[in-house]
Design a protein around this ligand. Structure first.
Ligand code: 5GP
Ligand code: MG
Length: 207
């Protein structure tokens, strides 16, 4: 009990700040981003649990070997930050950005690589970290780009996967959640750039 109260006071140096109504509170079950409402679908605890499970699987599979994690911007930044702190392998980190052009809430067919932070991947074990695989077009384009550098192995880890939509030829090896064809936001995922900082994941509220 003593330890618990010390922990609490360390966490809350200004307890009065927590007694006032907070206009910035966004952790409600329905939120608004731009013109749309979203309803909570996956909680931060469920996400943390899935991320720990994936990190443990990856750590076990690579068995002490060095891995290059290639983080897909922008959406995967929180997934990568949380996952990498749970992975106990020697590893390096690179970032890649792929853009698909078209509508805000579904993928278009044209994907191009706009940034890659540069390390040569020849002979390396590479794991791509994706926030979500929808049609699979984006990750397929990234796989093609990275395969050209002749890595020793290449695997995909994605937090969310829509198996009913995915028409890519590349299957993610590590999947946090399989979801039906829904549009989700939060934990890195945006709706027209808003919502990336939400700790929970929300789904488009249709009714
Ligand atoms: P793809 O269809 O190529 O697999 O996915 C392309 C990109 O569309 C993803 O990397 C992600 O940025 C975005 N995307 C796909 N599904 C969703 C979704 O449900 N929510 C959000 N916010 N973005 C998505
Ligand atoms: Mg993405």
């Amino acid at each position: 009990m003593k330890t618990h109260s010390i922990f609490l006071s360390a966490q809350r140096p200004f307890p009065e700040a927590h007694t006032k109504p907070n206009a910035m509170t966004i952790d409600t079950s329905v939120i608004q981003l731009h013109d749309k409402q979203f309803k909570k679908l996956v909680t931060r605890d469920q996400i943390a649990h899935a991320v720990r499970r994936l990190a443990a699987q990856i750590t076990q599979d690579y068995n002490g070997n060095e891995v290059v994690f290639v983080v897909v911007l922008k959406g995967s930044f929180l997934f990568a930050a949380d996952l990498l702190r749970e992975v106990t392998l020697p590893c390096t980190v690179e970032f890649i950005r792929a853009e698909s052009y078209g509508a805000l809430m579904h993928s278009s067919g044209t994907v191009s690589i706009t940034h890659y932070t540069g390390q040569d991947l020849a002979g390396k074990h590479v794991v791509i970290l994706e926030d979500i695989v929808d049609t699979g077009l984006t990750v397929r384009r990234i796989v093609t780009h990275l395969q050209n550098m002749n890595p020793m192995s290449l695997a995909i880890a994605t937090l969310f996967f829509k198996p009913d939509v995915c028409r890519g030829t590349v299957e993610p090896k590590y999947v946090g959640f399989e979801i039906s064809p829904l549009f989700i936001v939060g934990y890195g995922l945006d709706y027209n750039e808003l919502g990336r900082n939400l700790a929970d994941v929300y789904v488009l509220h249709t009714s």
